[in-house]
Design a binder for this molecule. Sequence first.
Ligand code: COS
Length: 380
Amino acid sequence: MQVEPTETQALVQRTARDFATRVVAPLAATIDATAALPDELLAGLAGLGLMAVNVPTDLGGSGAGAVAYALAVEEIASACASTAVAMSVTNMVGETLARFGRGALASRFCPRLAGGGHGLGAFALSEPGAGSDAGALRTVARRDGASWVIDGAKQWISGGPQADVFVVWARTRPPETGVRGLSCFVVERGAPGLAVGKPEDKMGLRGSSTVPLEFAACRVPEGALLGAENEGFKIAMAALDGGRIGIAAQAIGIARAALRESLEYAQARRTFGVPIAQHQAIQHKLADMGTLIDAAHLLCMRAAWHKDRGEAFTREASMAKVFASEAAVRVCNEAVQIHGGYGYIREFAAERHLRDARVTTIYEGTSEIQRIVIARGLLE
Ligand code: COS
């Protein structure tokens, strides 16, 4: 594995870091407090090619690969985790369309998502009764002439209110067919019969709206089927493999912010006549935080590196995701501890980092699911 980024990867990383520092970071506290992501911010990401980092250039993307993508997500997440969610889901949807979109869907929607003028991508797999057990989903799609008609409900859809394009999974064979009876559809914002629900009042990632969706006889054209009929589950799994690299990178970015601020605080705050950074108890925390972050980063880079080489990376992506997300929760928790009382109030970002990190062990596959995937890979 190549440890040093290539010129292209380093360029994408620098571009994301510069935008994160100059534009995103100053807005992060307001985004959290107001639960709103400014459209200009999303347009700015798109303008820099960060909404489609690993989408081919002939589809409007940057064509820079999975390592570049992970490096970019880390930078944006270290400034604002909510902004990183919008970025990572849109990238995941764009990549999925590019890979499975059979020409027409890809060439129509990828440039739109990459360009940023229209809105975000949204990934609609989970339902009120089907999260980890994605094969249990109950939304149905039936053929009607030259259309598909979708009925059902989706849950936990990140970026729904600002989404332009939804990829939606629905059952096209009876429930007893499980994961082998699902198909995937592309649904545009404003499709008749699609209703975007009220944003959830979440603990963290408050700038990223998470909504339920209702499909009531939602009619989409025949050509909206993404990939082959009844092969939708594999599309979801492949998309989530890549998505999990994004969530690992996001967790690492959040943890990096928590460590950076802890280092500053520990050198400024004095107890017993010295900066607290001189106390071994604090040094041990900082050492563990830095070690966890570096280990997570290396696991994430390894998964992305395999992906860029066209090699299997399912297990590696799950390892990166479970390790990075659990590391981020630990790091952010220690950051609050280092900040003491100040870690528990909104004036400092430490509490926001902990709230934002917490969901990374849950969404795009819980830690428990990642361990299933890893164990299966080891036992193969
Ligand atoms: N890439 C491509 N295909 C995959 C795959 C992957 N990563 N993982 C599984 N598949 C294929 C299998 O090869 C199998 O294909 P065949 O029908 O040809 O045999 C099919 O998909 C079914 O796979 P499997 O039997 O492993 O399915 P399970 O029901 O056992 O589910 C887990 C496997 C638990 C791993 C899956 O349900 C999962 O990842 N759940 C979490 C979902 C999730 O992340 N939800 C959050 C949504 S976004 S917030």
